[in-house]
Design a binder for this molecule. Structure first.
Ligand code: SF4
Length: 621
């Protein structure tokens, strides 16, 4: 049995929902929680019936309407057809990263060329490839010779149309000795060296890294352009590492990555729940800093936030044996770093020019879409099926996740969703975070967002049955696109039709009454997604034309549209404008719309064919 499409869970008295296929998640209120107990399995009218004693019908309709909107825009419940499923499950990219693990840089030099050839030859269609040098001890003077050999490989990679990068993965002491001991972790430092010609200045920087002020050396290396990024890799050696991110951050390090597969391989008997307690403490500190406008990067936290933000689930988190290979000092090839030194996972030998494809195959069969336990698991889009090294360490089988570890992993996934919602609901601009390594998504409520934006300017509420009279008055003989250019092209200017519209709108259409602050109706706003196109149609009508010129309305409209684009995974909004609506056209232009074109003679009115202008708002603009 597959995991349910929408999974609900509670943490600390708060309710969350995650779409297990798109990773779209939101914190929800009790009414949404109750609706989601039945939605989408039960027909809408049955949901209203089942919940009739718990919530007012109007509010239930509002929640169902918002869920339908998300559904039509494919933020939730987007079906994965068989072909896409097969493509995702069977995708096997080329080699992206080869690590040469040696006693020293000098030792790695002896098979650097062959390593470069292997990387280039197995990279297939991959454009971005990385050669990582991982010496156990670093003698900075060896860099000069390495740089010459690396320049050769870089030139060959350029000819093959690849973006070639060099990483130095070196032992590192970020703190005074006592703090290192107390943190319960071991550290390394990963430098992504600036593109060829590889800088000479790196030599001095490497020496300074293991001096008395490593954080200062980080800064200098970044400032003088010798490296593109420097990361501190943290491998917890105990279950208790609650404050390591805080200690590193306070010591001046702004790019941190946890090596969890390596930690599990080294300490397979650690209690998974205790490890998750430590991870939770670290993500709490991270989120607090983000909320205080101190952006820095901690992985895998930031990547998980990005996956949720982008709606891009990770079906295979572990690249071992497919996208990564590691060669040891004898040239033996392993799937990834955690397997280094485990003879049963030797896949071939660099010096002998052998790579046994049959030994690589089990790694190809890893990932959530090919692991029965993962197919039934709601956390799969963010867990990605875990890591072969962790499964091997805990269960003795790279394709069999340990149940206790998975229980803790699901708790951890819940903590990530909660953390994401904290930053998203605070309006943190996630694009900046992703750029340093993505938009603010506020708590799920289209109507709530719109209400907040119009606050103090205009009122906004769903249509009511009682609006029928005023709607008929406005609609009769009205030449505005709002009434003439609906999706069916039909006028419905009868009171009965309007009552029906108010009572039974298509659930994915959002239509609101704009009111003056004293509650008098003054306009209408309608939004309707175009299924499968990341596009929506919008209509705006203000009964008093002078209102279009109000700067407050224009700014509010702009903010609302941006919000809709973020919430509903909409990229473009199309709005029709008839020839008489010059003031509407001006208001749209001010709010960021552009005139996309004219539908010639598309409107037949009172015996005359008329043009309709189409204005578009694009999320990219
Ligand atoms: S590895 Fe475990 S927690 Fe991760 S997706 Fe698979 S079953 Fe779920």
């Amino acid at each position: 049995m597959q995991a349910p499409h929408l999974h609900r869970f509670e943490r600390d008295g708060r309710c969350y929902v995650i779409d297990t296929h798109t990773c779209f998640c939101f914190e929800c209120d009790r009414i949404s929680w109750d609706v989601l107990e039945y939605y989408p399995r039960e027909p809408v009218n049955r949901i209203y019936h089942l919940l009739r004693d718990r919530h007012p019908r109007k509010e239930l309709e509002e929640v169902v309407g918002e869920l339908e909107w998300l559904r039509v825009t494919k933020a939730i419940l987007a079906p994965l057809d068989d072909e896409s499923f097969f493509k995702k499950a069977a995708r096997a990219g080329g080699l992206k990263k080869l690590t040469l693990a040696a006693a020293s840089l000098r030792e790695a030099l002896s098979w650097l060329n062959r390593g470069g050839l292997l990387l280039l030859a197995r990279s297939r269609e991959e454009k971005d490839i990385t050669l990582s040098l991982r010496p156990e001890t670093l003698i900075a003077a060896d860099w000069g010779q390495a740089a010459v050999a690396l320049a050769e490989i870089s030139a060959a990679a350029r000819l093959a149309g690849k973006n070639f990068r060099v990483e130095l993965d070196i032992p590192f002491s970020p703190f005074p000795e006592t703090i290192i001991k107390n943190s319960g972790c071991t550290f390394r430092c990963r430098l992504l060296v600036s593109a060829a010609p590889f800088p000479e200045s790196l030599k001095g920087g490497l020496t300074a890294l293991n001096g008395k002020k490593p954080a200062g050396a980080f800064k200098t290396l970044l400032e003088n352009g010798a490296v593109e990024t420097i990361r501190v890799a943290v491998q917890p050696a105990s279950e208790t590492f609650h404050t390591v991110v805080e200690a590193l951050h306070k010591a001046g390090y702004g790019d941190i990555v946890f090596d969890l597969p390596g930690a599990w391989m080294a300490h397979p008997r650690h209690d998974p729940e205790a490890v998750v307690d430590s991870l939770e403490a670290n993500i709490l500190y991270y989120v607090d800093q983000l909320l205080h406008n101190a952006p820095f990067r901690v992985e895998p936290f930031a990547l998980l936030f990005k996956a949720i933000h982008d709606g891009a689930p990770m079906y295979r988190a572990d690249p071992s044996g497919i996208e990564t290979l590691v060669a040891d000092g004898e040239g033996a090839l392993y799937p990834s770093l955690p397997f280094l030194g485990t003879p049963r996972f030797i896949l071939g030998n660099l010096m002998e020019g052998v790579l046994d494809e049959t030994r690589c195959e089990p790694f190809l069969l890893s990932g959530t879409l090919q692991t029965p336990e993962c197919l039934r698991c709601w956390a799969r889009g963010l867990c990605g099926g875990g890591h072969a090294a962790i499964h091997y360490a805990r269960s003795g089988d790279i394709r069999h996740p340990d149940a206790a570890w998975c229980d803790a992993q699901r708790r951890w996934t819940g903590a990530v969703v909660e953390a994401f919602n904290r930053i998203a609901s605070a309006g943190i601009n996630f694009d900046h975070l992703v750029a340093s390594m993505g938009p603010c998504t506020r708590r799920f409520s289209l109507l709530g967002a719109a209400k907040a934006l119009f606050k103090g300017q205009l009122g906004l509420r769903p249509l009511l049955e009682g609006d029928a009279t005023v709607l008929v008055q406005w609609e009769n003989w009205n030449r505005s696109a709002y009434f003439l250019c609906n999706e069916t092209g039909a006028l419905t200017a009868t009171r009965y039709d309007r009552e029906m519209d108010a009572l039974h709108p298509p659930p994915y259409r959002q239509e609101w009454m704009l009111t003056r602050m004293n509650g008098t109706p003054c306009g209408l706003l309608k939004l309707q997604p175009v299924p499968g196109k990341q596009m929506a149609r919008a209509w705006l009508y203000l009964h008093d034309e002078e209102l279009y010129a109000k700067p407050a309305l224009q700014h509010t409209l702009q903010a609302l549209l941006a919000e809709l684009c973020r919430e509903g995974q909409i990229r473009h909004i199309l709005t029709p404008v008839t020839a008489n609506e010059t003031k509407l056209a001006a208001a749209l232009t001010t709010a960021g719309f552009v005139h996309a074109g004219t539908e010639r003679e598309s409107l037949y009115l009172q015996g005359v064919y008329q043009d309709v202008d189409i204005y578009t708002y694009s999320a990219e603009d």
